[in-house]
Design a protein around this ligand. Structure first.
Ligand SMILES: [Zn+2]
Ligand SMILES: [Zn+2]
Length: 142
């Protein structure tokens, strides 16, 4: 599939990459729209710690194309938005309903600048995302 990859600081490339496969607890989302955030610009300029190469675009929505094992809340075909703040759900902050303070917070991009940006985003035909951090918008469309 095609993806926009940050290959090195200041170098974006549209290239073919292997299409990911949804693992346990994950969705493969066929990307409909992906935004360009100021965080993407910071990554491009080398201002955020980033595991390069990485696909940009942590703000995106799309259609659930594939469902990993253990996922029960989705059946496929739903329009979803993704939450790029991927909290663990088990640390002290998470269990106190404060996932924004998660001790192992991960992001598609990393708006804070101090977390390693390493998860591929939505500037591609499809992107993996944890089912627990995806929200269906199907009801609003009915
Ligand atoms: Zn952002
Ligand atoms: Zn946590």
């Amino acid at each position: 599939m095609r993806a926009v990859r940050l290959e090195s600081i200041g170098s974006l490339t549209m290239r073919s990459v292997e299409k990911p496969v949804a693992g346990p607890g994950e969705l493969l989302v066929r990307v409909a729209v992906a935004g360009i955030c100021g965080s993407d610009r910071h990554m491009y300029k080398g201002e955020y710690p980033t595991a390069i190469p990485v696909t940009l675009g942590h703000e995106f929505c799309g259609i659930v194309e594939e469902i990993g094992d253990t996922v029960t809340r989705f059946t496929g075909g739903e329009l979803v938005t993704v939450d790029p703040n991927i909290s663990c759900g088990t640390c002290r902050a998470c269990t106190q309903a404060r996932p924004n303070l998660c001790e192992s917070l991960d992001r598609h991009r990393g708006d804070t600048g101090w977390r390693l940006c390493r998860i591929c985003g939505g500037a591609a035909r499809a992107s993996l995302h944890p089912a627990g951090r995806s929200r269906s918008r199907s009801r609003r469309l009915q």
